[in-house]
Design a protein around this ligand. Structure first.
Ligand code: GMT
Length: 380
């Protein structure tokens, strides 16, 4: 099938999922066309059946805000016509579902009909999308999608609670590709990060407020009171500077390393002993799943879709949002005893395997096939 995928190309989870999905679909023989404003971070290889179409927004002095949706709709119209695209899959409702709908309508004027799948990822529903300034347009474009999917049962419920949705929503969880994790990195990389007696604690995110970055630092501070450890902070975002200051205030700056954005997530997770995800809300927690497939147990908040990924007392522990004391207690329980740590590591890996792409990809392919059949049946 010829599929156009619209996503954010940056380090956010929705872009990662869209990119990995596109690559996997291309490996299955589909022709994939990414339409976005720059090359997605995890998209290294463009080839015969993976194409990239960059959306450009020309500057004009009259524009206070550049009309990205308009440029995206136009790019979609051109790409769909030029390459005979059969299906459009947009990731993250804002503004992609809206721009996708406009493209569909423009094409319909020319007798071209194309089904649109919208995948909801989280903040497009829980944080940004339900803001009164966006809500009517988001509701409209979700309802106008031929198929709507979302990444967890919790996000489905939130979508139904926050918006007046007239469509069925299918839950298709995020995924990892287990084949990528068969490589074992050597121990020497661990020694670059920490002394032999130190445990390595990791956090990866885009350092937005919703990630509760100060909680990450405070949990680590609590752990340090009892055992030697290092904290590896991976990512960039608005809360990073404050986090660095907090480490200095707490006198733990030399125990914390800020690595910035990294394309070597698996290499970092491979030498990690524990992953921290104390977010305020999290529709799925892809970073937690990526930790788990690298055999890293997770200490997280009990919010959103996280409990669908991190199983309490098995792959890690869940605590109430903001309950730092409980998270410290749980972290120490896992870290203090080598046998316990080993058990949690094994459990994390085993649970993560359930989300292997080979289990998830057929769900997307079934959605595509049904959307395609139903749409063309209704049109012709
Ligand atoms: O919050 C992020 O890290 C980025 C954001 C995105 O859409 O780019 O992530 C959301 O989608 C991810 C992929 O489906 C989920 O794993 C994250 O849980 C979700 N983030 C939130 O809900 C806060």
């Amino acid at each position: 099938m010829k599929i156009a995928i619209v996503c954010y190309p940056t380090f956010g989870g929705s872009g990662v999922v869209a990119t990995e999905l596109g690559i996997a679909l291309a490996n299955r023989g589909h022709e994939i066309h990414f339409v976005t404003y720059k090359q997605p971070v995890r998209l290294e290889l463009l080839g015969n059946n993976i194409h990239l179409h960059e959306v450009q927004v020309p500057e004009y002095p009259l524009f206070h805000y550049q009309p990205y949706e308009l440029a995206l709709s136009s790019k979609l119209v051109d790409t769909i016509k030029l390459f005979g695209i059969e299906l459009l899959h947009v990731h993250y409702a804002i503004p992609h579902a809206y721009a996708g709908y406009m493209a569909k309508k423009i094409l319909e004027e020319e007798g071209i009909y194309i089904p649109m799948i919208t995948t909801l990822h989280g903040t497009d529903i829980t944080l940004v999308g339900n803001h009164p300034f966006y809500k009517p347009a988001v509701t409209f474009s979700i309802n106008k999608s031929e198929v709507v999917t979302c990444v967890s049962a919790d996000l489905k419920q939130n979508t139904l609670d926050f918006f007046e949705i007239e469509k069925d929503i299918e839950v298709i969880p995020n995924f990892i590709d287990k084949r990528k994790y068969s490589i074992e990195f050597t121990d020497c990389e661990r020694s670059l990060m920490a002394n032999e007696d130190e445990k390595i604690i990791t956090h990866i995110s885009n350092f937005r407020k919703v990630k509760h970055i100060p909680d990450v630092i405070k949990i680590f501070h609590g752990i340090l009171h009892e055992i030697p450890a290092r904290l590896v902070m991976v990512g960039e975002g608005p809360e990073k500077e404050k986090a660095e200051l907090l480490c200095e205030e707490l006198g733990i700056a030399e125990k914390v390393v800020f690595l910035g954005q990294s394309s070597e997530i698996d290499r970092i997770l491979c030498f990690s002993d524990l992953f921290l995800l104390p977010s305020k809300s999290e529709s799925f927690g892809l970073a937690a799943l990526e930790a788990m497939i690298n055999k890293v147990p997770v200490i997280s908040s009990n919010t959103g879709g996280i409990p669908e990924v991190n199983i309490h007392g098995v792959t890690g522990f869940l605590s109430n949002v903001g309950d730092i004391q409980d998270m410290v207690k749980n972290a120490l329980y896992i870290l203090k005893d080598p046998k316990t740590l080993e058990t949690f590591k094994k459990n994390a890996y085993k649970e993560a395997l359930k989300f292997d792409i080979h289990n998830i990809l057929p769900m997307y392919e079934a959605v595509y096939e049904n959307a395609y059949k139903d749409h063309y049946k209704s049109v012709y």
